[in-house]
Write a protein that binds this ligand. Structure first.
Ligand code: AMP
Ligand code: MN
Ligand code: MN
Length: 317
């Protein structure tokens, strides 16, 4: 069984690296740090590589151990978490050179790029996959480990709101509450605390929001000039795509953000409410994600990018 293979590889390895996707969210960071803590409990040290670490997650255990670079050439084992494809994996050169590779993920669009792939698209967060895995490995999920895991669950489920939540999500949270994890504190830190730049970007995003296709689609954007104006830091665009989706009658919300190194490249985020599979739409542009939350990177001017997306969405809306 795959889980037995995973523990076998972990036990064999001496030099281990933990990797996750670019522009890391709470699930990416939570699952990476949870893996670090779990490996420690198994007597293994591991490097965690995360660039562009958003400040909101600074409270997490072992934040100080996170590295931006690694000089080590050949790891025995590389573990990729919450990342559907090799090209979005930060530090993928280490993954490529590692003797053994493991992919643990919950994206339906996962490319199965590891030697061992443990992918469960029904799990609402990569962190939730880790619960069952760690239990199988007989690792005690204590306050520290639980805090990392719960952070990923809370961020990827929008605070237990999305349809992907399962009975296990609540059972686990209930267990953690009993163990003394401050659930409401984590919730407040990762979902309810806005930075000032994020708030300023939200105002711009709302102000520019267009309603298309009889109000079934919302479109809005942020440019590099905006990011500069509000003095935006890492992760300050998070959550902006959600605003449009919450408006009555909207099926898909689109948020695009200019890439800092090229004004004609846009990072696209899409969210849907009921029937549109935005992962399929994003796959048309070389991206992917989940049925109701997906992304892609598209080249062109803002107008061109907008037209490309809307034309694709018209087919399914
Ligand atoms: P985001 O809109 O960036 O919050 O991403 C929503 C979901 O889509 C996440 O699960 C991402 O992992 C996935 N995703 C975002 N951008 C891409 C991309 N360029 N390629 C593949 N998946 C993506
Ligand atoms: Mn993620
Ligand atoms: Mn995730």
């Amino acid at each position: 069984m795959t889980l037995d293979n995973i523990i076998e590889e972990i036990k064999k390895a001496e030099k281990i690296i933990i990797l996750t996707h670019e522009t890391p969210d709470g699930d990416a960071i939570g699952s990476s740090l949870a893996m670090k803590v779990a490996l420690k409990k198994l007597g293994k040290e591991a490097d965690v590589l995360i660039k562009e670490f958003p400040k909101v997650f600074d409270f997490l255990p072992h934040r100080e151990d996170v590295k931006e670079y690694s000089d080590i050439e050949n790891y025995d084992l590389a573990i990729a978490l919450d990342c559907a494809d090799f090209k979005r994996l930060v530090g993928n050169e280490h993954f490529e050179k590692a003797k053994q590779t493991i992919v643990i993920d919950h994206h339906g669009s996962n490319q199965m790029y590891g030697d061992i792939n443990f992918v469960n698209p029904v799990s609402p967060a990569c962190c939730q996959i880790l619960i069952g895995m760690f239990e199988y490995f007989n690792i005690d999920i204590d306050k520290e480990l639980g805090t990392c895991i719960l952070t990923g669950i809370i961020t990827d489920t929008g605070g237990f709101r999305y349809s992907g939540v399962t009975p296990e999500t609540f059972e686990f949270t209930s267990d953690l509450l009993q163990k003394g994890v401050n659930v409401s504190d984590i919730y407040k830190r990762v979902l309810e605390t806005k930075t000032k730049p994020n708030f300023e970007l939200m105002k711009k995003t709302i102000d520019r929001m267009e309603f298309l296709e009889n109000g079934k689609i919302t479109f809005t954007y942020i440019t590099n000039k905006d990011l500069e104006e509000v003095n935006a830091g890492i992760g300050d665009h998070e959550g902006l795509v959600e605003i449009g989706r919450d408006v009555e009658g909207v099926e898909v919300s689109i948020f695009v953000r200019q890439k800092e190194n090229d004004e004609n490249i846009y990072k696209v985020s899409m969210r849907s409410n009921e029937y549109v599979n935005v992962s399929d739409v994003c796959l048309m542009f070389g991206g992917g994600g989940h049925e109701k939350a997906a992304g892609a990177v598209i080249q062109g001017t803002l107008e061109q990018v907008k037209t490309k997306i809307i034309n694709e969405l018209k087919k399914v809306i």
